[in-house]
Design a binder for this molecule. Sequence first.
Ligand code: NAD
Length: 436
Amino acid sequence: MKIAVIGTGYVGLVTGTCFAESGNDVVCVDKLAEKIANLERGIIPIYEPGLAELVHRNHRDGRLRFTTSLPEAIAEAELVFIAVGTPQGEHGGADLRGIWAVGEEIAKALDEPKTIVIKSTVPVGTNAELARRMAQTTDIPFDVASNPEFLKEGAAIDDFNKPDRVVVGVRREEVGEQLHALYEPFLRTDRPFLIMTPESAEMTKYVANCLLATKISFINEMANLCESYNADINEVRRGIGHDQRIGFSFLFPGVGYGGSCFPKDIRAVIHMAQSRGLPARMMEAVDQVNEAQKDVLVHKVMDHFGNDVRGKTVAIWGLAFKPRTDDIREAPALVLIDALLAAGASLRIHDPEALDNVRAIYGDKLTYCDRPYGALEQADALAIATEWNEFRNPDFEVMARLLRQPVIFDGRNLYDPARMAALGFTYHGIGRAKVS
Ligand code: NAD
């Protein structure tokens, strides 16, 4: 099939590349000329495991092309995917200006019937409103389908190639069949292809993210309670997880969720409810609990140093909002950095992929370290904000030698408190019982 993908970010680039890899002819569009020029030269704008190799191969073989010209990209396309950002706008709702702008451009360029597919996460009613707006600009018939994306950054290629399910919202059966044919290669192991109304498809994405974010805020609240009563959240997790109604997934306590999706999607749902005069008490609580949780390491560090970190140096491992990505949008580590800088601490930071993105914000206010151990040199403590695999089994003897004081604030519960105590560390986890 001939496909255009508008928006070459985490979702658009992965979508376009995976469709090309399955034999389609794909043109990816972005309004950022530098991004497109780099992609043309084989420079991938984001870190996503496995993506670079696939982009290079499909570009070389001519199945994946890049352009800044939307009219040129959609000229031949049967399917036009919209994957532009839908960030948080004023009053918490999703900012849909990118969607409307792309819709307008597509409508102006349309010279034959096509299917427009909204892959971006958008509030219920966006599909209908986009169709209404486009019909004001063009007389050529078109369909607007909704196909929310469930991939996770850090595992995006795998998630796209082996989705748990594909959800499409369509108003005509033929459009469902067209999308089914496109997704057929990704559904080989009997993955469900779920056809529904565009409104249900739009809502499905938000409901999924709301439930996942709820699990995180829930376990964080329980972890804080555990800590206060000297119970251990890790033991409690085992105690509840074997219950088949509960399970283990997404119930890891930490420093709160971040990223470009959960925070804005939860707020978009709150805004959707408010717009209809409905309460959104649970989602408001999920958001509030998460905002408070992002401060949990800050409080622990400040408590440890008697509320005065002036002249102290803190090392931070992990800056991306989660492992295996360079994405720092709404990352909890940034809250920690801001608070400790404001309180007068010096920071030596390390992340395997996100250092450049952090440097673009903080410039020379921080010391950037290419290696995890380098960050520890002359530091008074280590704080861990992201659970990269390479932090899971470090050489604790080397760490103890490099740190001025063997103190660890572990925002991801990577280590065993009893072992850390035995090694001579002062160890602060999340929701852990005190070692007696
Ligand atoms: P992103 O910010 O990484 O990328 C968006 C891209 O769209 C940018 O490169 C931007 O330059 C481009 N763009 C914006 N307006 C444009 C226009 N008018 N013409 C051409 N290009 C334009 O965003 P993302 O993280 O890929 O997310 C895209 C959408 O997918 C959002 O709605 C998001 O909520 C949703 N989503 C994201 C993820 C994720 O893990 N990142 C997962 C599922 C769904």
